[in-house]
Every structure is written in C-alpha cells, then in structure tokens.
Design a protein around this ligand. Structure first.
Ligand code: GLC
Length: 432
C-alpha cells in the first residue's frame, strides 16, 4: 500500500465515510471439496483463521485443511515462491503480505472473476488499488498493521510518570529507571522489548527508528539510495545502546512472539509490536490484563524528529494452480466479510480492511485504539516496496542484516550504513 492509500485508509477509518453494507455478496461455492489454506501463525492468527474457515466449510458443505506454515514473513515469502514457481496446487488459499502482490501476481487468479464488484467496493478503495497489479485483483485485503508502543500504565504511575514517552530519549530514561527498580524483585525484568532478529520484522522496527530521526526510508520514492545519512546512523546507534542495557542481549534474535512472550509475562515496561498483541495481553489468563495501553512510537530528537509506525498488513489470494479456485475464492470472500472481520478485530485486534467495521460499537469497545490512534495510521511509513519492485526482498534483507550487525556489535553504524549504501547500489544496478 502506498502512502496516499494508507492515508486514505486512516482517513476513512476515522473520518466517517459512508458505511458500507455489512453483508458481503459471495460467489456460489462448489460443494464437497477440500480447500487447503496457508494462514499466518503469529499470535492468535492461525486459530482464528481456522475457526472462521471451518464455519465456511460447515456452511458450504466443503472441507478445509490448514497447512503447516512458518511465522517469519520473509521465510513465508520464500516458501510460497518455491511452491508457486513449481506450479504446486498444495495450497489453494494463501495469506500474503500487502507488500507482496507485485512479487506474486503471476501465481494468483484474478479475483474479479469470482467476486462481485459490489463486494470489492466494500473494501478501502486504496487497499484494492494496492492489491491490483496490471488490472488483476491479486488478493482481497484482510487487515492493516502499524507498529505501536505498548506501555505498562501501572509501572509508569509507580515510578512517577504521568504519561508515556514521546521521544526515544524519554523512553530510554523511563525504561532505565523502571528496570532498575523492578529488577530488584524480578531479575528477568527489562525496560524495552522489540524485534531485533535478522528478518523482515527488523526492517520494520529499524525503519521506524530511522524515519523517526528524519533519516528517510532507505530508498526514496524516486529510487535514490538514501540510507547512509547522519540521522539513520544516529538512529541505529541509539538502538545498539539499548541492547544489554534496557533490552536483553537476546533481543537481537527476537521476532514478534519472543518480544510478546517477555512482555505478556509481565517482564517488560515497554514493547514495540503490532496491534495483535493488544487483545492477547488483555486475555483472561494474562498477568498484565488491564495494566497496559498503546500509543504512537516515540519521535527522534530535534527538528527532524517525528513519530513513525511502519505500515503492514495481510491479504488473501487464490492459487492459480488450484483445482478448486471457485470454492477457494468463496472462502476468501467469507474470511474477508464484515462479519469475519468484526470477529477478528474484537478477538484478534486486526485492523479491518472494510470501513464499515470501524463503525461497529463492539469493535471500538474491544480495541479502542482503532479509533483513537489516528496519528499512528495517518503517519505510518511504507517500506520502499513500490520503487524497488521485485528487488525489495533483497533490499530489505541487506537492510536488516546491516541493522542486525550494528545491534550485535559486529559493525559500527557509520560503517554499516556506508557498506549498505554500496550494496543497495549494486542491487539496484542501472535501475530498480
Ligand atoms: C507483521 C506485518 C507485516 C510485517 C511483519 C514483519 O506481520 O503485518 O507487514 O512484514 O509483521 O514481521
């Protein structure tokens, strides 16, 4: 999704556009077939996906099978590319990221064949636009994501803070103080947990550090490699200092779920994560139930500092090699319907891809931040996927490896950014 589409998403979500019909039209499914579905696995994702798909199966007289999958975004992309390039029909419906349509478009059916136009119109037009490649509707958008700062309200109060930090410097100070106090009784306690492993998630976190310092988006929208700049270097230096001080050394191997594990056990004052961690943290058996809230991630210093959240999100596509594409498309329509999205927003904290769901009182009660955090979504920063096109996976890998080498102390930020600039220019070649 590009910047204007994401802004439109936020604006429509909160600005009060016409409420779309809550009932999705569905294509008529074939009966008696088994649809194999590759759901995501992070947090409650797989369980929610399976329950909803089973409801569809019961309703239509089909069967579903949730196939094994991997959590890491880039590993999933590699797996899917491997399966699809071999013409495999082992998976009928793929949960894909909204940064992949351009990479996988050839392997998916044009959903316009199966989904009525009226149904397509019920989604954020900007998301549909981002999921359309050369006129082909590659997927139906399922949910949007943006990085959030989770903070413990009770601990802020205990240590004399009235509100969450607004700058990274404040976060560092507060995390240091809270950690020093809490560690006395709990040696496992840390100030701040986030995603530092060498994978796509680190690209998201590090982009937030860099962008919030005014250091740009790695590659600018014109295609220039911009990452080797003083603000980006300062941003990475800052994060490297957290490792082993306010963040455990092991944070350099953490993805979303490792950070949530520490946080949800009550062992962290702050966490960077996506909205899915909100309902899980408030689950009945969660030790931190009711003790935390979310806000926008902090700003970098000075005049160039601004808030930043990386924009993410996921969609559903139908394999063009599927033997049951019509039924598979029907499942996609069912899973992305307003009713399913309402459940996913309430139980899973997933930001709906349909404007109508944002008006639902039950949804706003369960996930109040969906309405409140306008700025997080309005200021969300997109990864440079559009401009780098099919080379994005290599760009991202080079960036997360450079960031991880700084975090683990293998390289200094200035040298790492200079090497990264050269590497990205090599990947770019004459043009992206
Ligand atoms: C979340 C986001 C996705 C991002 C991934 C990184 O799933 O929705 O956009 O790429 O996290 O781990």
């Amino acid at each position: 999704m590009n910047r204007s589409s994401k802004l439109a998403f936020a604006a429509v979500a909160l600005g009060g556009a016409a409420i779309a019909a809550l009932v999705a039209s569905t294509v008529t499914a074939q009966g008696g077939v088994t649809i194999k579905l590759a759901c995501g696995t992070v947090g409650s994702q797989q369980a929610l996906c399976k329950t909803a798909a089973e409801r569809w199966a019961a309703k239509t007289g089909n069967k579903i099978e949730v196939v094994p999958n991997v959590a890491s975004s880039n590993e999933r992309l590699a797996l899917f590319q491997q399966q699809l390039s071999a013409g495999s029909s082992d998976v009928d419906v793929y949960q894909i990221e909204n940064i992949w349509p351009g990479l996988l478009a050839d392997y998916f059916v044009d959903l316009k064949q199966y989904v009525p136009e009226a149904t397509i119109k019920e989604f954020f037009p900007s998301m549909i636009e981002a999921d359309t490649v050369d006129g082909k509707l590659v997927d139906l958008p399922w949910y949007g994501d943006a990085g959030l700062l989770y903070y413990r309200k009770d601990l802020l109060t205990k240590y004399g803070y009235k509100s969450p930090p607004t700058t990274w410097a404040q976060l560092t100070t507060m995390a240091t103080k809270i950690q020093a106090g809490e560690k006395k009784a709990n040696p496992n306690f840390w100030g701040y947990v986030w995603q530092g492993a060498a994978y796509e998630g680190l690209t998201c976190d590090a982009l937030e550090w860099v962008y919030s310092h005014g250091g740009g988006t790695i590659v600018d929208p014109k295609g220039n490699v911009t990452v080797n700049n003083p603000q980006a270097i300062a941003a990475l230096d800052m994060a490297a200092k957290w490792v082993g001080t306010i963040s455990p050394k092991g944070v350099t191997t953490y993805s979303e779920e490792e950070s949530r594990g520490v946080w949800q056990a009550g062992n962290a004052a702050f966490m960077r994560n996506w909205p899915y961690a909100f309902p899980l943290g408030n689950g009945d058996t969660s030790p931190i139930k009711g003790k935390f809230d979310v806000t926008v991630l902090p700003r970098g210093p000075g005049a160039t500092g601004k808030n930043a959240a990386t924009f993410g999100g996921h969609s559903l596509s139908v394999n063009r090699f599927s033997k049951n594409a019509k039924a598979a498309a029907d499942l996609v329509v069912f899973l992305t319907s307003a009713e399913s999205q309402k459940e996913r927003a309430i139980v899973g904290g997933y930001n709906p891809s349909r404007p109508s769901v944002y008006k639902d009182a039950d949804v706003l009660k369960a996930s109040p931040f969906l309405g409140r955090l306008y700025d997080v979504f309005a200021n969300a920063v997109v990864r440079p996927t559009t401009v780098t096109a099919t080379k994005y996976p290599r760009v991202s890998e080079a960036f997360w490896n450079a960031a991880n080498s700084v975090l683990t102390g293998k390289a200094k930020a200035a040298a790492a950014m200079s090497d990264l600039e050269n590497e990205l220019k090599r990947i770019k070649g004459a043009k992206w």
